[in-house]
Design a protein around this ligand. Structure first.
Ligand SMILES: Cc1cc2nc3c(=O)[nH]c(=O)nc-3n(C[C@H](O)[C@H](O)[C@H](O)COP(=O)(O)OP(=O)(O)OC[C@H]3O[C@@H](n4cnc5c(N)ncnc54)[C@H](O)[C@@H]3O)c2cc1C
Length: 388
């Protein structure tokens, strides 16, 4: 026998649970399906186990998408304040870290429990821990789950992106999109450490050293920490830049972001006996590596002004050419995905396939590091939850 629902939501992650809760509480009969035995695996590991659940600075320009206007409608209708109100209703203690990032004081599991509680208020039914097979006929969508088949006039793709496959992430969203004739914006790993080739080996010896920098990739610039690793570069500044980086591009790092103008020549006047290494406001090992690359080992007094100006310019835009990234195994998110040109920005419904919706990371909307990706998951999930 086939059970019939108002909507089947495929993927019980951040967006899918939010969508199910909203639609269920509006009286819709919802089935939430996931191949994992437990929902919200990425929420559980997010924010170092504390879930950076939103960012108070949420604005459309904090998101990458082929259509930068697409996210405005959903983000405007479900704001960080709405999510904070929900968190507070559930008595979950939270704090602001830096740059508007809000985290749980306790555990990210509290957010999963909260969303489950909201789904249960909406009498959402679950089908977890079994693979699902999606089909479509004139009457709507049919999903095979183990031995049974369920059907609904609406199907929501909420299966996220392929980053971190070891916790159950797959590219099923893209496969479904292709099957239904929806275009994709080429997906690639983002918020991911970048790797350096043998010509940058000097910097690989600095594994573990971190420093405040400005990282530039294309037109984007991020003032945060960079971290040298055994394989290359990481830390928030680099993760952010990685979302804008493409194979063959350079990433430029400003190692002296608080200095400007002729600061090295001025340092020569005020501290003539100091070395470059000493005047750089950086960890010792890094300062030494940079000074040796610049071949300025002497006292500043002994270095011509011209050489100091050239060194200051190089330090302000030190160019690296990563040979790759650490890929989906390490990426926090995926840039690209189901093209927004296929979807209504109000409801997330596919224009060409009535009843088919796509939300969350599966869609070509990707946030910066810092709680923006969850805010997009909540906002897009809520938009569809109100439309079902
Ligand atoms: C290590 C890490 C830390 C992160 N920290 C943060 C953070 O602190 N703040 C932030 O904003 N963002 C963070 N993110 C990003 C954030 O987790 C995602 O952007 C967000 O979870 C996307 O929500 P979603 O609902 O679209 O997808 P997901 O939450 O990934 O949910 C997708 C669901 O679909 C299911 N699924 C996949 N394939 C199938 C299939 N074939 N059949 C059935 N079900 C399937 C999965 O099991 C999963 O439950 C982090 C990501 C990672 C990897």
């Amino acid at each position: 026998m086939t059970s019939r629902y108002d909507a089947i939501i495929l993927g019980a992650g951040a967006a899918g649970m939010m969508c199910a809760a909203v639609a269920g509480q509006r009286g819709r009969r919802i089935l939430l399906v996931d191949h994992a035995a437990e929902p919200g695996a990425k929420i559980v590991i997010s924010g170092g186990g504390r879930c950076n659940f939103t960012n108070t600075g949420t604005a459309p320009d904090r998101f990458l998408s082929a259509n930068p206007h697409f996210a405005k409608s959903a983000l405007g209708r479900y704001t960080p304040a709405d999510f904070v109100a929900l968190v507070e209703r559930h008595g979950i203690a939270w704090h602001e870290k830096t740059l508007g990032q809000l985290f749980c004081d306790g555990s990210a599991r509290q957010i999963v429990q909260m969303l489950r509680g909201e789904c249960e208020l909406g009498r959402v039914e679950y089908a977890f821990g079994e693979p699902a097979e999606v089909g479509h006929d004139g009457a709507g969508f049919r999903v095979g789950i183990g031995a049974r088949t369920v059907s609904a006039p609406a199907l929501v793709i909420a299966t996220g992106g392929p980053s971190i496959p070891k916790i159950g992430a797959t590219d099923i969203a893209y496969r479904l999109a292709k099957r239904f004739g929806l275009k994709l914006v080429e997906p690639r790993p983002a918020l991911v450490p970048l790797t350096l080739g043998p010509d940058e080996a000097l910097f690989r010896d600095l594994a573990g050293v971190s420093a405040p920098v400005v990282a530039h990739a294309g037109k984007a610039a991020f003032r945060e920490a960079a971290l040298f690793t055994h394989r290359g570069l990481s830390g928030p500044a680099i993760l952010q830049a990685s979302s804008y980086w493409r194979h063959g591009d350079t990433v430029a790092i400003d190692f002296a972001p608080t200095r400007d103008g002729d600061w090295l020549v001025e340092a020569k006047r005020t501290q003539p006996r100091a070395s470059l290494r000493r005047v750089l406001d950086l960890p010792d090992r890094l300062a030494e590596a940079l000074a040796s690359r610049l071949q300025i080992a002497d006292r500043l007094a002994d270095v011509p002004d011209k050489a100091l100006r050239a060194a200051a310019a190089r330090l302000a835009r030190w160019s690296f050419r990563p040979d790759g990234s650490e890929g989906y195994a390490k990426a926090e998110v995926t840039v690209g995905g189901i093209s927004t040109a296929e979807l209504s920005s109000r409801t997330m419904e596919a224009r060409r396939v009535p009843g088919l919706y796509a939300i969350g990371e599966a869609v070509d909307v990707t946030g910066w590091l810092g709680g923006y990706n969850f805010q997009w998951a909540w906002a897009s999930g809520s938009a569809t939850g109100h439309a079902l």
